[in-house]
Design a protein around this ligand. Structure first.
Ligand code: HH2
Length: 275
């Protein structure tokens, strides 16, 4: 069996550094929109110890406006090619669109991070199989524009778990190899504070299905709900690191973070203590 990115993680999660080439991402929107600024940011995250880079050209924050395919490709693909030209680091493309994933993989990405879990278009599962890349299937209630409008579940953990396992089945039925599939509970994607906390507490259960699990809690709004001083996304480092450490203890294969340096250090200390 071919080794996947998740197999590199051992007992300590991999650190996936976020590079958003978007004008409107919730925590760093606009900061790295230009190609040069985005490449400089990617280099910095590599120097800080990132194991994977996640490149995104469309914001998924609540209320974000959709970006068309050509624009998303123009934002992400030259950056992926530039990173690939100078580094062997695994690159992930954060997109819902099969055409963007296809262009990104052609430029050197090896992981498709799909917050729509292959539901954005009917051909998405077949494209994932054809590309042969790894695929992150994330849970989101509804779509980014409306997902935070009074989200409701009877049992959030059971429903998110059932959704993810069903999407993994769809991917495999289309021809995606089981070991290439990652699951992600989608912290903040159509969830209240209580939903997010229940899903975080249930991470060991989600990690028990034999799939690599990705956790994306960095700088998210649930942290501000627990710390009223953290209204600014830049002020959520403590909560972000706490969530990453919880992910490590729960068995996740990777954490998706903005603050690579601090997360790498915290995970190293945690791993050393655990021996
Ligand atoms: N969160 C965001 C974006 N993509 N992908 C996965 N798999 N899991 C996540 O939790 C996740 C994700 C939102 O964070 P960010 O990229 O900082 O903001 P934006 O979507 O506004 O660009």
């Amino acid at each position: 069996m071919e080794a996947g990115i998740g197999d590199m993680s051992g007992s300590c999660p991999l650190v996936m550094g976020i590079v958003n080439v978007t004008p409107d991402s919730f925590s760093d929107g606009g900061r790295y929109l230009g190609h040069d600024a985005a490449l400089a940011h990617a280099r910095r995250l590599i120097a800080e110890g990132a194991d994977i880079l996640d490149i995104g050209g469309e914001s998924t924050r609540p209320g974000a406006q959709p970006v068309d395919e050509a624009e998303e490709i123009a934002r992400t693909v030259p950056l992926i090619a530039a990173i690939r030209a100078e580094s062997a680091i695994p690159i992930s493309i954060d997109t819902m669109k099969p055409a963007v994933a296809r262009a990104a993989v052609a430029a050197g990405a090896t992981l498709w991070n799909d917050v729509a879990a292959l539901r954005f278009s009917p051909d998405a599962p077949a494209v994932a199989a054809e590309l042969g890349c790894e695929i992150v299937l994330m849970h989101m209630l509804g779509e980014p524009r409306t997902m935070q409008d009074a989200p409701r579940y009877d049992d959030v953990v059971a429903e998110v778990e059932a959704f993810l396992l069903a999407r993994a089945d769809v991917a495999q039925a289309a021809g995606v190899a089981r070991e290439k599939i990652w699951l992600d509970p989608g912290i903040g994607f159509g969830k209240t504070l209580d939903h997010n906390l229940a899903l975080l507490a249930a991470l060991p259960r989600l990690c028990g299905h034999g799939y690599s699990v990705l956790l994306g809690a960095s700088r998210k709004r649930f942290i501000a709900a627990l710390d009223p001083l953290a209204t600014d996304a830049d002020d959520r480092l403590g909560g972000s690191v706490a969530a990453a450490l919880h992910g490590a203890r729960s068995g996740v294969a990777a954490v998706r973070v903005h603050d690579v340096r601090e997360t790498v250090q915290a995970l190293a200390v945690e791993a050393a203590i655990r021996g």
